[in-house]
Design a protein around this ligand. Structure first.
Ligand code: NAP
Length: 303
């Protein structure tokens, strides 16, 4: 059997089309557009590349977009002051601080400083708490977990009653996606197991999964023999394993690999996401959706 390859890039196009439509409707009716500020500290190439994709997408959707590129040596109080400025800016509905931050800055202090109503990454403790409660309490589902859930739903894979195994328990991927899929409601109602470096016999758990979500950051961690035939495999891992010259631009680009041995896994799985082109592109779409949601909440268009 060869798995259905789930194209995150294709699903993203449908979602961006929908967002673009809503932006135009809101602008016509209320004279407002979603506003997003992206704050990038330093010159980490991966962070630069993620932020430039976010900016490009925001511009394409007609958002009001501000870029704040700050030097690597910025102090915490200066960064906090910048966040406060945008917390008070009426035209900004989403504040994104690209992580990781340099050592002199405490990331938790920065995340906590973003107003929960503008926390479009969904990392603030208030939004993490809302996610745990579930249902209508959730304002901004964190982008990567939201991307994973949306991909599974749009691929037509049944989540209700499914055995879901999540590899990884980080605050930005593993824990929130596990929590989202076990909630009562549509696109959820799964039975979820979360595994990590202290789990005994990972293979035994993975083999049980109808839906296997892998977010460990270890290339080829999941072996084809660990996959239940016909399972849906969502590979979140993005591992830079080398460099190559882009055929399109002639520039050096990173060679990316996921956490799953894709070529062999696709012979066992029923459906699988590729790396690149799976979860990554969808994550940016979810950030745009959250920024739109923030404006919709402000205008009273969402409860
Ligand atoms: P993280 O904070 O480093 O967490 C990794 C998790 O995986 C930890 O819980 C760790 O367990 C577990 N783990 C690591 N090695 C393992 C092993 N050998 N066996 C079992 N569990 C293992 O990483 P993250 O931020 O969640 O990101 C995970 C991956 O997803 C990375 O490759 C990252 O680049 C990628 N990512 C992609 C997107 C996207 O948009 N596509 C977004 C975010 C992250 P312990 O807790 O026991 O240490």
């Amino acid at each position: 059997m060869t798995a259905k390859i789930i194209s995150g890039s294709q699903i993203r196009e449908d979602i961006l089309e929908d967002i673009s439509q809503k932006v135009q409707e809101i602008q016509k009716a209320y004279g407002e557009i979603p506003g997003l500020v992206t704050i990038l500290v330093g010159e980490n190439p991966a962070s630069q590349s993620y932020v430039s994709l976010k900016i490009k997408t925001a511009n394409r959707l007609g958002f009001h977009e501000i870029q704040e590129n700050q030097p690597d040596g910025i102090q915490e109080d200066e960064l906090l002051a910048l966040i406060e400025k945008y917390n008070n800016d009426e035209k900004i509905h989403g504040i994104l601080v690209q992580l990781p931050l340099p050592k002199q800055i405490n990331e938790a202090n920065i995340i906590n400083a973003i107003h929960p109503d503008k926390d479009v990454d969904g990392f603030h403790p208030v939004n993490a708490g809302r996610l745990l409660i579930g249902g209508t309490a959730v304002k901004f589902p964190p982008c990567t977990p939201a991307a994973i859930q949306e991909i599974i739903i749009r691929a037509g894979v049944e989540i209700e009653g499914a055995e879901v195994v999540v590899v990884g328990r980080s605050n930005i991927v593993g824990k929130p996606i596990a929590n989202m899929l076990l909630q009562k409601g549509n696109g959820a109602n799964a039975t979820v197991t979360v595994i990590h470096t202290r789990t005994k016999n990972m293979e035994r758990h993975c083999k049980r999964a109808d839906i296997l979500i892998v977010a460990a950051g270890v290339p080829n961690l999941v072996k084809p023999a660990w996959i239940k035939p016909g399972a849906c495999v969502i590979d979140v891992g993005v591992n830079r394993v080398g460099e190559k010259i882009s055929e399109k631009t002639g520039n050096k680009i990173a060679i990316l690999k996921g956490d799953v041995d894709f070529e062999k896994a696709k012979e066992v799985a029923g459906a699988i996401t590729p790396v690149p082109g799976g979860v990554g592109p969808m994550t940016i779409a979810m950030l745009m959706r959250n920024t739109l949601r923030s404006l919709q909440y402000k205008l009273g268009l969402m409860e």
